[in-house]
Design a binder for this molecule. Structure first.
Ligand code: M6R
Length: 600
């Protein structure tokens, strides 16, 4: 989704801003821009399309050492050059970039800006025009900025330049992520540390509604009402090489290949000195104290939650509900007496999930976040965090984070079950090691998976994924993967539901991917396959060793029944990837999608 960068220091601001925006490209955007300030004033460059288009439009002769930049994912107003950020006040004095959504921008426009001709359709322009208005009324820039912030309802991360101030980027945030990075003789602003790792790994977290002045040689943080705040930087533990593609053509392929290593890393990170799987004591006690777990998540993370429910119920005997975060906010179910909320989120920034966390904290319930990003908003605001240790996931389509989420959920449920004396018999550590090897076998079978994609999906308009029990959880994830990167309409559902409606869609050649890894229901799913084949479907059975039959198109290595989602999802990821390649889709940056969905 939208990204922000800012630089104030001794070097060429425009190159640092452009490089920063390139690092944010993976988050999804449809236009981009930068503004730089020198003695001649502020110059804005912006373009619809890719950063490469913006780069081509930048006048290399403009040299400046302070500036701000933005990638925009359209919410208010179509994606075009006019609506791209930065936006300027009519006088040209103030220039602003904004992530988030201002809910009351129409009201503010009517109340304060009647005489002003807006230049764009964005909510952002209202903010910059308000700052200008209050400055014209005699307030200093920081006072005008504060007054404007006090009027805004909604989410924002903001970076503002004042033409009359050569040494300050004015910064604030509310519900949208924003960090200040510190360096020797320069300071930077970024909505994601990755953007500025090129110049520093020292970052300061900002809290909602703080007002921050980023100068070349110091950073001043104050509360909205002006009280000074002291906060030390933390070291961003990201390796710049983790966010490079290396020799891979796509991040998604690299990240799928990393999955065996991710599982092994998780085993290591969650093992104690005695070599036993463990989780933090406080987290264990919080889970044990709960009479019901409420898993809240979106998209792929929600699908991981569906698997997690089975783990906690089967291994620890704790009832679990899994909810889509955007639904939970306004349709809260009756809660148990001692709930524990578990937020699953790769990015830790998903606005839909965060709004639930805010409500949960207002109600004083405990919350645990399972995330890939230490220091992310949902991690900071929850009581406890379990990390995924998957390394940065750049491709919009989540792959290794899903596998990591399922593995961490398995460990948390297993450790809880053991601690509760539930007579858990499996050796999870050993079984996860087998899973890592199983995933390796699949990622090493790329030729076969590419052929499956070609055979089943090259000319398909739609596709179905069916499974029962845990295979059902994987089938919905398989369908999401396929639709988001190949744009083939896809649906995942429980095999038993076919005859209750969906079978009406089966016609000659319809691709149906059927998972058969669950012994208990293997015969039933094969029955479903017969039903669709009888109606012309082109069925691709993916079974597991030991349950395979002649004619199955792919047989995945045998793993413990409970852990099959970790392995069965991988061929579906790779099939989706190759289907998208056949269709010449932009695999890492699918249309209309953003990596981190920071608006509700
Ligand atoms: O960062 P989160 O896990 O909270 O993101 C939730 C979804 O937006 C995300 O899982 C999305 O569905 C994936 N990009 C799909 O591959």
């Amino acid at each position: 989704m939208c990204g922000i960068v800012g630089y104030n220091g001794g070097l060429d601001a425009k190159e640092i801003l452009l490089k920063g925006l390139e690092k944010l490209e993976y988050r999804g955007y449809d236009s981009a821009g930068i503004a730089v300030r020198n003695e001649e004033g502020v110059t804005v460059f912006k373009e619809k399309g890719r950063i490469a288009d913006l780069r081509a439009s930048v006048n290399l002769n403009v040299s400046a050492d302070i500036g701000i930049g933005h990638t925009r994912w359209a919410t208010h107003g179509v994606p075009n050059k006019l609506n791209a950020h930065p936006h300027q006040s009519t006088s040209g004095r103030f220039t602003l970039v904004h992530n988030g959504v201002i809910e009351n921008y129409h009201l503010l426009q009517k109340a304060y800006l009647k005489g002003i001709q807006m230049q764009s359709d964005t909510d952002t322009e209202v903010i910059v025009q308000l700052v200008d208005l209050f400055a014209k009324e005699g307030l200093s820039t920081v006072e005008a900025f504060r007054k404007t912030l006090s009027l805004l309802h909604g989410s924002y991360a903001l970076a503002l330049l004042d033409q009359e101030d050569e040494d300050t980027i004015y910064v604030a945030k509310n519900k949208s992520p924003l960090l200040v990075g510190v360096g020797e003789g320069f300071n930077v602003v970024a909505s994601d540390a990755m953007a500025m790792l090129q110049v520093t790994d020292q970052f300061i977290e900002l809290r909602d509604k703080e007002v921050v002045l980023v100068h070349k040689d110091k950073v001043e943080i104050t509360t909205l009402d002006g009280r000074a705040v002291e906060r030390k930087p933390f070291t961003a533990e990201l390796d710049a090489s983790d966010i490079e593609k290396g020799t891979y053509p796509h991040y998604m392929l690299k990240e799928m290949d990393e999955q065996p290593g991710v599982v092994r890393k998780i085993i290591q990170e969650y093992s104690n000195e005695a070599g036993e799987l463990t989780i933090d004591d406080q987290i264990l006690e919080a889970i044990k104290a709960a009479d019901r777990l409420y898993i809240i998540a979106a998209g792929t993370s929600y699908h991981a939650g569906l698997v997690g429910k089975q783990y906690f119920e089967k291994l620890a005997g704790i009832p679990v509900e899994v909810h889509i975060s955007s639904e939970f906010g306004y349709n809260m179910p009756l809660l148990s007496e001692k709930p524990l909320f578990i937020f699953i989120t790769q990015s830790g920034e998903t606005a839909d999930s965060r709004q639930v966390l805010v409500k949960v904290k207002e109600l004083n319930y405990p919350a645990l976040t399972i995330t890939n990003v230490p220091g992310s908003t949902l991690s900071r605001e929850a009581d406890y965090t379990l990390l995924l240790h998957a390394g940065p996931e750049i491709a919009v389509a989540s792959t290794k984070a899903y596998v990591a989420q399922v593995a961490v959920l398995a460990i948390a449920a297993y450790v809880t079950g053991k601690s509760l004396g539930k007579g858990v018999v499996l050796d999870l550590k050993q079984e996860l090691a087998i899973v890592a090897n199983g995933i390796q076998t699949i990622v090493d079978s790329k030729d076969e998976l590419e052929q499956i994609a070609e055979d089943y999906l090259k000319i398909a308009r739609n596709a179905f994924f069916i499974g029962r029990n845990l295979d059902f959880c994987v089938s919905v994830e398989g369908a999401l993967k396929l639709k988001e990167i190949s744009y083939i309409q896809a649906e995942g559902f429980a095999g038993g539901e076919l005859k209750h409606g969906t079978i009406a869609l089966i016609e000659e050649g319809t691709p149906v991917f059927a998972l058969a890894t669950q012994e208990q229901v293997a015969l039933n799913i094969r029955g479903n396959v017969k039903e669709v084949v009888a109606r012309g479907a082109n069925a691709c059975i993916i079974s597991m060793e030991g349950l395979n039959e002649e004619g199955d198109r792919l047989v995945i290595p045998k793993v413990h029944t409970l852990l099959t989602p970790l392995v069965a999802v991988v061929p579906l990821q790779l099939i989706s990837y190759y289907a998208a390649l056949h269709r010449r889709c932009d695999v890492d940056k699918p249309r209309n999608l953003a990596k981190s969905v920071t608006v509700e």
